[in-house]
Unconditional design. Structure first.
Ligand code: COA
Length: 161
């Protein structure tokens, strides 16, 4: 039986950088579950449903990718879904410390779940969802970094579309 992996994140909104990680993960694992983390302490711009819909549109051509949301611990979600791997992307050296802490904490919580990292393409290495939201809100063109469906949702949300 092949390996099932979970790619957790906030995805507020998903960018081409996230899609790059998803595509790499889909090639590596039998099944990849893109998991939208619902954190009651965060106030995302996009609702849970909006993030799920955007991610489903973006991944509809990738047969072994599923999109879901979860509350609580990522490792509990992994166990519930039979996943033995947490997939994360490392963009720059500055991501490393946070990812290192998170991977080791998750290992304490669930020694049977392994965190694996991929490097997204360098053209997306400095990209973040906050920067995308800020630039689009101020009228900047970031279509290079944001999939068309997301850009449309973003403009609508910001009253520009
Ligand atoms: N391309 C572009 N941007 C990327 C990216 C990529 N490949 N990977 C990450 N980013 C950006 C995101 O857009 C986001 O930008 P923002 O801060 O401007 O919004 C930022 O990097 C953080 O990325 P994200 O993947 O959303 O991570 P996160 O830190 O919000 O999510 C969780 C972390 C959800 C995985 C983590 O909080 C978690 O596991 N939560 C569940 C609770 C839990 O288990 N806690 C214990 C963990 S030890």
């Amino acid at each position: 039986m092949g390996v099932v992996a979970v790619y957790p994140g906030t995805f507020d909104p998903p960018t081409k950088g996230h899609l790059d990680v998803i595509r790499r993960g889909a090639r590596l694992f039998e099944r990849l579950i893109v998991a939208v983390a619902i954190n009651p302490e965060k106030e995302p711009l996009f609702s849970e449903d909006e993030r799920l819909t955007m991610l489903r549109q973006l991944t509809k051509g990738i047969h072994n990718v599923e999109v879901a949301s979860f509350r609580g611990l990522t490792v509990d979600f992994c166990r519930k879904r039979g996943a033995s791997v947490i997939l994360r992307g490392i963009r720059t050296f500055s991501d490393f410390e946070y990812e290192f802490q998170m991977a080791l904490t998750n290992r304490v919580l669930a020694p049977d779940v392994e965190t694996l990292f991929v490097m997204p393409s360098e053209e997306f290495s400095y990209l973040s969802s906050s920067m995308v939201k800020e630039a689009v809100a101020l009228g900047g063109d970031l279509s290079r970094f944001v999939p068309e469906v997301v850009l449309k949702c973003l403009k609508r949300k910001l009253g520009q579309g």
